[in-house]
Design a binder for this molecule. Structure first.
Ligand code: TRP
Length: 338
């Protein structure tokens, strides 16, 4: 295709529907922090308009939006290095989303597996927004001409749809305007599983609070949850392969490795042959060490919502400066008189 040079730019977003967990931290935010200040311009968003694809109580949406913003900040997203804001402050997302609704095909949307999973038997009764959501996600990405999007495996199909929208737009209007964004997929070891059932993803909506670590949990709660995490009766194996059929044990080793910034094999080299009586307290200490300062800072920010809102508005101003000219050019290419 083209060799148009696009500025290397990362965009990613987290939905404020409920609180943040260790899964959001290790799977997303920690990676976002590490990408700052390098070869990429980094844009991180609290995608509040995506949250309302399913019902959100207004007070809960307000709290969750600030909580995700506080989580980003407490974990090390630096507003002087990254653009950090909530989506609804930048109207270009919604406007480009509409334009893309007229580019994307119904047949493409019908193939989205996440919609099928979420709608299930209820597909006649979910919001039209839930169905159109990937087109808004494409607008989030393309209104910044983002070249790379770090996401979990579950979002890969949506980034591919984003590429299809970009290609069809470029083709239909005979331009070379939108980049073909590359999805940067997290490794499977970064998928944090439920502390009570290692075959399920750690989620903010599971029924028991003991199955997840919330980014707002304090030190005592973090330690207690790891000490009570489900395991099996065997000691840790001498090789990482020995965890293949032991999902709970494997999850705790993966979490240890991610928190300590070492490989899974290095964790096994240190703890192979040891029982849980040794490993769990070591994991609890490490987790408290790494996570408690983040939850304390998050709590401090949550007690000062005006400060969070001020930072989000400053980020939104910088976001608009990139998004609005790209949106204006899109309208122009399509023949709008404005
Ligand atoms: N759909 C993503 C999720 O559910 C969130 C999201 C919205 C996003 N817009 C995005 C992620 C743009 C990356 C880029 O997790």
């Amino acid at each position: 295709m083209s060799d148009t040079a696009f500025t290397p730019r990362i965009f990613s977003g987290i939905k404020p529907s409920g609180g943040l967990t260790l899964g959001n931290y290790l799977g997303a935010i920690k990676r976002f922090v590490a990408s700052q200040g390098g070869e990429f311009e980094t844009i991180y968003c609290v995608v509040d308009m995506h949250a309302i694809t399913v019902w959100q109580d207004p007070a809960d949406l307000r709290t969750a939006t600030r909580e995700v913003a506080a989580g980003y900040l407490a974990a090390g997203i630096d507003p002087s290095k990254s653009i950090l804001f909530n989506q609804s402050r930048v109207s270009a997302h919604a406007e480009l989303g509409w334009l893309f609704n007229c580019v994307a095909r119904v047949g493409w949307m019908n193939r989205m597996t996440q919609f099928k999973d979420k709608a299930g038997k209820n597909s006649e009764n979910v919001s039209l927004g839930l169905y159109a959501y990937p087109s808004l996600m494409a607008a989030d990405i393309l209104t910044y001409h983002a070249t790379h999007v770090p996401v979990g495996e579950d979002q890969k199909q949506h980034v591919e749809l984003t590429r299809d929208i970009a290609k069809k737009f470029n083709h239909d209007y005979k331009v070379d305007f939108f980049p073909e964004t590359i999805p940067v997929i997290e490794g499977p070891a970064m998928r944090v599983m439920n502390l009570r059932d290692g075959t399920k993803k750690m989620s903010k909506s599971g029924e028991s609070d003991m199955e997840r670590i919330n980014m707002l949990d304090d030190a005592a709660t973090i330690a207690k949850k790891f000490k009570k995490a489900r395991t099996d009766p065997e000691p840790l194996p001498e090789h990482y392969d020995g965890l293949a059929e032991r999902p709970e044990a494997r999850n705790l080793v993966n979490i240890y490795a991610a928190l300590a910034d070492v490989t899974n094999e290095q964790v096994i080299a240190e703890f192979g042959g040891e029982g849980w009586g040794k490993f769990k307290p070591a994991l609890a200490d490490l987790a408290v060490d790494k996570l408690a300062p983040i939850s304390e800072e998050m709590q401090r920010l949550m007690n000062d919502p005006a400060e969070i809102d001020r930072i989000m508005e400053q980020g939104a101003e910088k976001a608009r400066a990139i998004a609005e000219p790209i949106l204006a050019k899109t309208f122009d290419i399509m023949g709008f008189v404005r």
